[in-house]
Write a protein that binds this ligand. Structure first.
Ligand SMILES: [Cu+2]
Length: 367
């Protein structure tokens, strides 16, 4: 029996409950709160709706990371040594106010996710809200400047985070090691959906890399190398039309290139920073639950998200029901269905090279 995407009534109450039970510690209400007011009617909420101020305290950190911690690909049988698949990664991590302590994982449908660095914490807002993201650069390994560049929300140039050599002093585009910056972004009616955010700072070359540094005295370096090393996350904007769900999974597609990251023995295709079946995240749901995947991609490749045993509404018009959808650099997918098919399933990129490079994982559904 196919899944159904049913019309779901506005559930402001559900969202508030979820926030209270979920990432509340990530949020410090520093302003007026209109969120508790009665939900408006079916028309899109106006941009000037009084929202809340949602503050996040996020650090960019460097840390050793093995993308294949169990040393094998349970799909092909290939094996790897830790040295072949390890590198110094970068990641965004959410903290208590003042960058006090890392926030605990919250994998619930309104939570920040695993908060282990790759991907960064799920940043959430409702239409009308203002996001104040306090950023600190704690990249003690590379000591490069970093930034946070959001998609989907509204911001001024000083809150863009995108560095260009022609105007290198634009605030917030190259936060130095040890430095801080606060970005202000607003959630508009046109912001509803799933978006990436990522490092967009000065191009750099990992020592020993055959790429980027090849430009030598001409300058160069690899654009968005920070994002390739892990500085990428998911930004979610909801409104009163957004259906409430029982499960929400954040999934980031991105790729590592041995030319850019010389400690790697080969290119790797990653789900949430990990490669190959048995290493990538295993997602769980139960029959009858409403499930939402929030998927973003970053890097140089186009991917195809495929989920075994399920179909969903594409929302694109050229074909209603799908079981595979294309996602490319900086674009996203929001996949929703009511779970009706218990079993152990695969999700993977259907570009075969990418599946063989690590983009495959498990999805288990209990009855
Ligand atoms: Cu792919």
């Amino acid at each position: 029996m196919p899944s159904h995407r049913s019309a779901v009534l506005p559930s402001r109450r559900g969202l508030i409950r979820g926030i209270a039970a979920g990432s509340a510690t990530a949020l410090v209400s520093a302003g007026t709160t209109g969120a508790a007011q009665a939900a408006p009617g079916p028309a899109p909420a106006p941009a000037h709706r009084k929202g809340r101020v949602r503050e996040y305290w996020i650090a960019a950190e460097s840390f050793p990371h093995n993308a294949v911690p169990n040393g094998r690909d349970e799909m092909s049988g290939a094996t790897f040594t830790a040295a072949q698949t390890s590198f110094t990664a970068l990641g965004f991590r959410a903290y208590t106010p003042g960058w006090g302590r890392p926030l605990p994982a919250d994998l619930g449908p309104h939570g920040i996710g695993a908060n282990t660095g790759i991907p960064g914490p799920v940043i959430r807002a409702q239409v009308g809200d203002t996001l104040k993201v306090h950023f600190r650069n704690d990249d003690h390994h590379y000591r490069w400047p970093h930034s946070m560049h959001p998609h989907g929300v509204r911001y001024t140039p000083d809150n863009d985070g995108g560095w260009v050599a022609a105007s290198p002093d634009t605030p917030g585009t190259a936060v130095p090691y040890g430095g801080t910056y606060t970005y202000t972004w607003t959630a508009e009616p046109s912001s509803v959906g799933t978006w990436p955010y990522h490092d967009h700072s000065v191009p750099q070359t990992v020592p020993g890399a055959s790429s980027g540094g090849g430009m030598g005295a001409m300058g160069g370096g690899t654009m968005e190398i920070g994002a390739q090393l892990g500085l990428v996350g998911v930004l979610v904007v909801t409104d009163h039309h957004t259906p409430d769900v029982d499960r929400e999974f954040a999934l980031v597609f991105h790729d590592l290139y041995a030319n850019d990251v010389p400690s790697l023995a080969q290119d790797l295709d990653l789900f949430n920073g990990y490669a190959f079946l048995g290493n990538t995240p295993t997602f769980h749901a139960r029959a009858g639950e409403r499930v939402r995947w929030r998927i973003v991609a970053l890097g140089k490749e186009f991917h195809v998200f495929h989920l075994h045993g399920h179909r969903w509404r594409s929302g694109l018009g050229y074909q209603g029901w799908v079981d595979s959808q294309i996602v490319g650099p900086s674009t996203s997918l929001t996949v929703e269905y009511t779970e009706d098919n218990p079993g152990d399933w695969l999700y993977h990129c259907h570009v075969v090279d990418h599946m063989m490079g690590g983009m495959v994982g498990r999805y288990t559904v209990s009855g």
